[in-house]
Design a protein. Structure first.
Length: 287
């Protein structure tokens, strides 16, 4: 049982907190007395599951929405960058960036940058939700702007892996740059049964598989509540840590401190990702 009492009366913003792992983490924090803010793109759907938690609009696939969210925020002790999309056809964000990278990495990087003064004020922390898919990421030190915003060959699962590698690299680089003022911890939920898989099937034109997945998913995958444990433990571990399950090649099990994957630990790639992200966003990242 993870002891969340240190988060009592503290403000925790969770992106995509209306569903899956994010919702389970939010409910555990609410039960521990935290002031939880669900930052979601569909506030009506979020309000339906909020159980008294605050709901605020945030679309990570629109950098203006990210800016507006930050402008309306006056307190944050922890920012959990949990929202994510996986797979689907090649689509763009409002600013025309590839949708998976735009949502999973660029939107979160912009949100972190814009909320950083508040996080610094509260000596707060950032949690970035990565994935075991980060192990298959191919971002390297020669990374270009185009690699992130318009990948030359769109292989949807490869791009997803790159987005999750970016989350892990970004968490490490944030730790190196500002970890003495704002803690930065990465985590991954193993493989947990959530809407992520159903949405991927629908987005990829395989919606006919949804009824089968709904039967098999809960049997073979761990529940979202178990997948939320690494996120919760990441709220308690020192800056620079990486948290996730260890069992079955990290697919499931209790949340433990892990070694950072090779793909997520190269400082040259992380520094390059930082610079390229700054060029795309045209705002200064935390320093
Ligand atoms: N489930 C797993 O096994 C697994 C494994 C590794 C990593 N992860 C990561 O865990 C995180 C949570 O995923 P999940 O499994 O809990 O899936 P989920 O139930 O589908 O939750 C994803 C959340 O992200 C939100 N979201 C998507 N696009 C957004 C946008 N543009 N702006 C704001 N919010 C947006 C979704 O909102 P809507 O409800 O409006 O779509 C939803 O709330 C993701 O980062 C995912 O990559 C999951």
């Amino acid at each position: 049982m993870i002891d969340l009492r240190p988060w009592r009366d503290r403000t925790v913003v969770i992106t995509g907190g209306n569903s899956g792992i994010g919702l389970q983490a939010a409910l555990a924090l609410k039960a521990a007395g935290a002031d939880v803010v669900l930052a979601c793109r569909d506030t009506t759907r979020a309000a339906a599951v909020a159980q008294g938690m605050a709901v605020r609009e945030l679309d990570l696939a629109d950098l203006d929405s990210v800016e507006a969210f930050a402008d309306r925020t006056d307190r944050v002790d922890a920012l959990i960058c949990n929202a994510g999309v996986m797979g689907g056809p090649l689509l763009g964000t409002v600013q025309g960036h590839e949708r998976q990278m735009g949502t999973n990495h660029l939107g979160h990087a912009a949100l972190i940058a814009r909320l950083f003064p508040l996080l610094e004020q509260s000596r707060g922390r950032v949690v970035l939700v990565s994935s075991i898919a980060a192990r298959g990421g191919s971002l390297g030190p020669q990374l270009t702007v185009d690699d992130l915003v318009s990948p030359p060959a769109y292989l949807s699962q490869k791009v997803y892996s790159n987005t999750k590698q970016a989350n892990l690299l970004f968490a490490q680089e944030l730790h190196r740059r500002v970890g003495d003022r704002v803690a930065s911890v990465a985590c991954h939920p193993g493989v947990s049964w959530t809407n992520l898989f159903l949405r991927q099937l629908e987005d990829e034109g395989r919606g006919w598989l949804v009824p089968v997945a709904k039967v098999l998913g809960p049997i073979f995958l761990q529940p979202a509540k178990a997948g939320a444990q690494p996120t919760l433990r990441a709220l308690l571990e020192p800056s620079g840590s990486f948290i996730g399950p260890k069992r079955f090649n990290q697919v499931r099990g209790p949340a433990e401190v892990l070694d950072v994957y090779t793909t997520g630990s190269d400082p040259a790639t992380a520094a390059r990702l930082w610079d390229v992200t700054e060029q795309i966003l045209q705002i200064p990242l935390p320093h």
